[in-house]
Ligand binder design. Structure first.
Ligand code: ZN
Length: 77
């Protein structure tokens, strides 16, 4: 079995707006997070210091997103 590089588990639809447009974003090469392209909700930043840690941080961000640990940007009225 070949190990594929940078393969991420599937992202669930956004918990806040229920759109299926979540994606992984990197912030200046030190952390990453999952954010919703529709409403702007996101997970906490997952920091990393090396390539190896980056892969772990990406997985952590996906885990946070899929568990629903999401910071909602949308304002509730
Ligand atoms: Zn959303």
């Amino acid at each position: 079995m070949m190990e594929r590089i940078r393969e991420l588990p599937e992202l669930l639809p956004c918990r806040v707006c229920h759109e299926d447009c979540a994606y992984l974003e990197h912030e200046n090469g030190w952390c990453c997070y999952i954010t919703c392209g529709n409403c702007g909700s996101s997970t906490a930043f997952c920091a990393y210091n090396s390539e190896e840690e980056m892969a772990e941080a990406e997985k952590n961000a996906v885990r946070l997103w899929n568990f629903g640990k999401v910071i909602a940007e949308a304002r509730l009225e």
